[in-house]
Design a protein around this ligand. Structure first.
Ligand code: UTP
Length: 467
């Protein structure tokens, strides 16, 4: 095996490197060749401050190695590695400082989609088609969130979905997937014996408790092999506009990390090989949903029927949205250069975007009493073939954003460290204009009842939108 000293010379570590980071240089003999590569990358990316407090070799050596273990994890879990993360962060932080509008040049309009009325003939037709297609479906639950707004310490999927039986959300979801599996098998004359795959994205905050909930309840009747847990990693925090990585205030040999958002699900499904495995066994549709929407499965069959009938590559489940309501609107955005995309526009961006593009009243209701833009509930149905093709190009990287809280109007310093975040509904941003992206609207009482806010805040929100 190559010694560290040989590694150092092979990697061309020279006097410049030694003088720029003397404390790191003094510790090089502790590091493996791979770790030296990572050290070089950090120095080249303007991160020398991470080593400024490092003591002589022989002191805290275990912590120094643990630091590089963490750097290796952060590097391998991000598409393009840490260097790419830092580069992207610099660009986004510069845009944030100058107040650049991410939708500059785009004009919003209402896209085409399917508006369904629960139980009518059209609804039943789509529902029938969806039940047939369910044999070709796989489900993905994103359940890595902290639930800070709810103010609850446990995992949200363990909360009771209703109080008569006290069955939790996870039990409800699994029983519904199994019921759909059986119904689909029946309507297709028993040709399909496939178990519908079910993936759950967890995080360090939720992984062990999700596993424990499943194991202590015999997976709520699902075969253990049918369920796959994929754990998302957190991302490095940034302490300033130059994207210098922040050290953990509790341990100066660790980089501080925070959640990256549910957009990680695409990279995880891709890098884990799960999507290719699903394609091999004939899966055609991937359905994404969230930790606490107890009504969702009433809307799933008909929405899947819409995807299958209309050939949607991406189908966003939506509900009628009141103007200014704090949920995003699905909009078609057309750029002055001809590009277009159908995408969720966050509620705080929709109003200024409308005002800037010839709608002086901004985000207002139309004659229906609702905003003309359907309200995104973040339950997505993707057609696996085109989805996988796209991920082969992007590695699952989703357009990120940064939301630093600045100390003052000069925007030169942050109140606390920030990080890049990504959202799963931003997936269509990289798609070509020709991609078939649509939506399915259903009444909120049919499809949407998430548990998001603590009782006080929830009461305020419902008062705000009651008529
Ligand atoms: P929410 O928007 O409800 O976020 O996430 P949250 O983190 O759970 O709650 P707050 O914002 O702290 O109050 C929507 C869905 O995305 C998952 C959540 O578990 C939920 O199902 N999620 C969120 C992840 O899987 N990973 C993340 O990093 C964030």
């Amino acid at each position: 095996m190559e010694s560290a000293t040989e590694g150092i010379s092979k990697l061309g570590i020279n006097g410049d490197f030694a003088s720029s980071v003397p404390n790191l240089h003094k510790n090089l003999s502790l590091l493996s060749p791979d770790q030296i590569e990572l050290a070089k990358m950090l120095v080249e990316m303007g991160q020398s401050h991470l080593f400024s407090h490092w003591p002589e070799s022989g002191v805290d050596d275990g912590e120094k190695k643990a630091f590089f273990d963490q750097v290796a994890r952060l590097n391998s879990s991000y598409p393009g590695g840490l260097a790419s993360y830092i580069k992207t962060a610099r660009g986004l932080l510069a845009d944030s400082k100058t107040g650049k509008n991410p939708f500059d040049g785009f004009t919003p309009s209402v896209p085409t989609g399917e508006n369904l009325s629960y139980g009518d003939e059209t609804f039943m037709k789509f529902e029938e088609a969806g039940v047939k297609e369910a044999q070709n479906a796989a489900f993905v639950l994103v359940a890595g969130g902290l639930g800070e707004r709810l103010g609850y310490n446990g995992i949200k999927v363990a909360l009771p979905r209703e109080t008569t039986t006290g069955a939790c959300f996870l039990q409800h979801y699994i029983e519904n997937v199994l019921a759909l599996q059986e119904a689909s098998c029946k309507v297709t004359g028993g040709q399909s014996k496939r178990d519908i795959p079910f993936a759950i994205m967890t995080s360090d905050d939720t992984h062990a408790r999700t596993m424990q909930l499943l194991e202590s309840n015999s997976y709520f009747g699902m075969k253990p092999a049918q369920i796959k847990l994929l754990k998302q990693e957190k991302v490095a925090c940034l302490e300033d506009n130059d994207a210098r990585l922040a050290l953990d205030p509790q341990n100066k040999f660790r980089i501080q990390t925070k959640p990256h958002g549910h957009g990680d699900v695409h990279a995880l499904l891709y890098s884990s090989g799960v999507l290719e495995e699903w394609q091999r066994v004939g899966v055609r549709w991937v359905l994404f949903f969230q930790d606490t929407n107890g009504l969702l499965f009433k809307a799933i069959p008909a929405s899947l029927g819409v995807s299958a009938t209309k050939g949607y590559h991406v189908n966003s489940l939506s509900v009628p949205r009141k103007a200014k309501e704090a949920i995003g609107g699905i909009a078609k955005l057309t750029h002055t250069d001809g590009r277009s995309m159908v995408i969720n526009v966050e509620y705080n961006q929709l109003d200024p975007l409308l005002r800037a593009t010839g709608n002086p009243d901004g985000d207002v209701n139309c004659e229906t009493g609702y905003s003309p833009f359907p309200g995104n509930i973040n339950q997505l149905i993707m057609e696996l073939g085109p989805y996988l093709e796209e991920l082969k190009k992007t590695g699952g990287a989703i357009k990120e954003f940064v939301n630093p809280k600045y100390k003052d109007a000069s925007k030169t310093a942050f109140k606390s460290s920030t990080r890049l975040e990504c959202m799963m509904q931003d997936y269509p941003k990289t798609l070509p204009s020709s991609a078939r992206v649509g939506f399915t609207v259903m009444d909120a009482w049919v499809a949407y009842a998430p548990v998001k806010n603590n009782p006080e805040d929830a009461a305020k929100v419902s008062l705000m939108f009651s008529e």
